[in-house]
Design a protein around this ligand. Structure first.
Ligand code: ADP
Ligand code: MG
Length: 615
């Protein structure tokens, strides 16, 4: 209290809220934050679960349900409930990868995937992921009682440019400033504190629900460098579920194309069975109206092909990094599917050592992301945050004859830039086609097309005279921008390339605007509903009083009340909650003298020895 008696209001720095780390998983998503120097995961779902199943259900009335509740709706509403949306991020509807995936309905004719779900407008994977992120943000805000606006979001090391961009856009759509996209294996290393004092070469083996990633990290003087990465964006515990489900469907005598609802039910039961088999030698469960039983040794045999597939990828990554299993100093397990005993055995054998395991493999990525979010928001000097990462796939340009010229090799440390000078091949040529590709193969058609654009406005000159430098720049998130410049004349034109399977800035803006518009619609809808409930109550009360005490009505009163009732009934069918409120008020007014008479009579009767309960 200051001497003049006013409460001294401390002028705090603008509160920053809580920065969080988010593991936006294919199967499960988690949010964590550093609290009192310790990273911890935040409860985000039913029963204080630390995992939010990455499942989003779109209801007929336009409502959106996220998490375990959504997953339960998947069997019955297969096409309106989007699971494993991460597999669709940054992909087009006719990608081979996309076509393999499941039972969803795609809106026709679009360049990006749009799920045709209940409730009207089709949704993109970015919007679906945005819902997952929004749910995590809200729950973290409730948990910390403060706003959450800054996040580090993790992505598989294997994600290409379009997939990274899509993830960043989803964050933005959820109202998050994405501090950094962080490779999941790198996050795991951070959680193990490998940045502090450890030396040596470590392997991060991450088998989740839908993606497999391997990273080989080398630690020198507290700084770690990712020596190599590899993976398979379509391999994980989901495949184990399918291995069981396939046998179950066979037992059930299901047709070639079983009903989506049956498939979803059998898959859900198979996942539970698989998880139970981690601790039990055999399991019994029911699905499709029959009881099934699976022994662990059979399960182990069914999943062997998938487990061995991870081995192929691991050997290649070791070769890329130039290390042998014997030279490794540690193996970190990440991802729920590494709980499967057959996987643990295989990994131990492959690398010739028992993996580290004192941090929960399900949480380790989110915890590491929280560590980086904390560093990025609290470090005095940003250069103190040393984190070297590599680009997962080579980046290049199409040259004559449909050949790819690589400008940036895979496993190059990021951020990085590279340039290449091109020239015109025809006299007077004023435009140059630039086709940006990602991948390891030699021919254009075997790589992923990231973007195409034409640099126009080159002054007409003789063939071979123009000098166009195309520059690639990869930022710390692993996202590429490309610029092109004609050098000999000083004419310059820079173009920032957006991935062809992503959304434009305008589309993102529109979605943000839409979500605000919908928020208003949502409030409006709620007010209408609340007012209707109120009107319902008033009408029931009026009916009751008129029925019981009709004898107390005066000349002409009934007609006035009836018309007020009719007006309320009429407006209840509409959407205008203000008019409805007025009508309810008018009904109150019209019936007040009558209700007062009813009350007076009641009081008179109580006084006369009746109790109120007799009414
Ligand atoms: P993602 O990173 O893809 O979101 P997670 O790391 O959360 O995936 O792993 C999810 C996978 O782990 C699922 O396939 C799930 O069934 C599996 N899983 C979770 N717990 C167990 C368990 N106890 N035994 C076997 N598999 C498990
Ligand atoms: Mg994961």
């Amino acid at each position: 209290m200051s001497k003049n008696g006013y409460l001294q209001i401390h002028d705090p720095l603008k509160p920053k809220g809580q920065a969080v780390g988010i593991d936006l998983g294919t199967t499960n998503s988690l949010v964590a934050a550093v609290v009192k120097d310790q990273p911890v995961c935040v409860p985000v779902d039913e029963g204080d679960a630390l995992f939010l199943p990455s499942v989003v259900h779109y209801a007929k009335d336009g409502g959106v349900v996220v998490g375990a509740r959504a997953r339960k709706l998947a069997s019955e509403h297969a096409t309106d409930t989007i699971a494993s949306v991460k597999r669709f991020m940054g992909r087009s509807p006719d990608d081979a990868e996309t076509r393999k995936l499941g039972h969803y309905k795609f809106a026709p004719g679009a360049k990006v995937v749009r799920f045709d779900v209940a409730g009207g407008t089709p949704v993109t994977p970015i919007e679906v992921s945005g819902e997952v992120l929004r749910a995590l943000k809200r729950r973290a805000e409730a948990h910390f009682s403060t706003k959450v606006e800054q996040a580090v979001i993790t992505v598989p090391a294997y994600f290409d440019d379009a997939q990274r961009q899509a993830t960043k856009d989803a964050g933005r759509l959820a109202g998050l400033e994405v501090l950094r996209l962080l490779n999941e294996p790198t996050a795991a290393a951070l959680a193990y504190g490998l940045d502090k004092g450890s030396q040596g070469t470590f392997v991060v083996y991450d088998l989740g629900g839908g993606t497999f990633d391997i990273s080989i990290l080398k630690l020198v003087d507290g700084v770690f460098e990712v020596k190599s990465t590899g993976g398979d964006s379509a391999l994980g515990g989901d495949d184990f579920d399918r291995a069981i489900a396939q046998r179950v469907l066979e037992t059930l005598g299901a047709s070639e194309a079983p009903a989506p609802a049956l498939v979803a039910e059998v898959l859900a039961a198979s996942r539970k069975a698989k998880e139970a088999l981690t601790d039990a030698a055999s399991v019994e469960f029911s699905a499709g109206g029959q009881t099934h039983s699976v022994k662990r040794e059979d399960f182990d045999a069914w999943v062997q092909p998938f487990v061995q597939k991870t081995g192929t990828v691991c050997r290649r990554a070791m070769k890329d990094a130039g290390v042998t299993a014997g030279e490794l100093d540690g193996v970190i397990l990440v991802g729920g599917a590494t709980r499967v005993p057959a996987v643990r055995r295989y990994v131990a054998e492959l690398f010739g050592r028992e993996p580290l395991g004192d941090i929960d493999p399900d949480q380790v990525v989110a915890l590491g992301a929280a560590v980086l979010a904390n560093l990025l928001t609290t470090a005095d000097r940003q250069d103190d945050v040393l984190l070297l990462d590599v680009i997962p796939l080579s980046l290049g340009l199409e040259t004559m004859g449909g050949i790819v010229e690589k400008l940036i090799q895979r496993n190059s440390t990021i951020p990085t830039t590279a340039g290449q000078v091109f020239t015109t091949f025809k006299d007077g040529q004023t435009g140059l086609d630039v086709h940006v590709l990602q991948g390891e193969r030699e021919l254009v058609e075997d790589n992923r097309s990231l973007a195409r654009f034409t640099l126009s406005g080159i002054p007409p000159m003789a063939a071979g005279m123009a000098r166009v430098e195309v520059r690639f720049q990869v930022d710390a998130d692993g996202i590429l921008s490309v610029s092109a410049q004609e050098q000999s004349t000083g004419v310059s034109q820079s173009i920032t390339v957006k991935p062809s399977h992503g959304l434009t800035d305008e589309e993102i803006e529109q979605m943000l605007l839409d979500s605000i518009d919908y928020a208003e619609d949502d409030i409006q809808a709620r007010q209408v509903r609340e007012q209707r409930v109120d009107a319902e109550r008033v009408l029931a009360e009026a009916d009751r009083q008129l029925g019981e005490h009709g004898s107390l009505l005066q000349e002409g009163e009934r007609a006035t009340i009836d018309s007020a009732i009719a007006r309320v009934r009429e407006l209840m069918k509409g959407e205008d909650h203000l008019k409805l409120k007025e009508a309810v008020h008018a009904l109150d007014e019209a019936s007040r003298p009558f209700i007062e008479r009813v009350m007076n009579q009641a009081i008179t009767q109580v006084v006369a020895g009746h109790s109120v309960e007799d009414y």
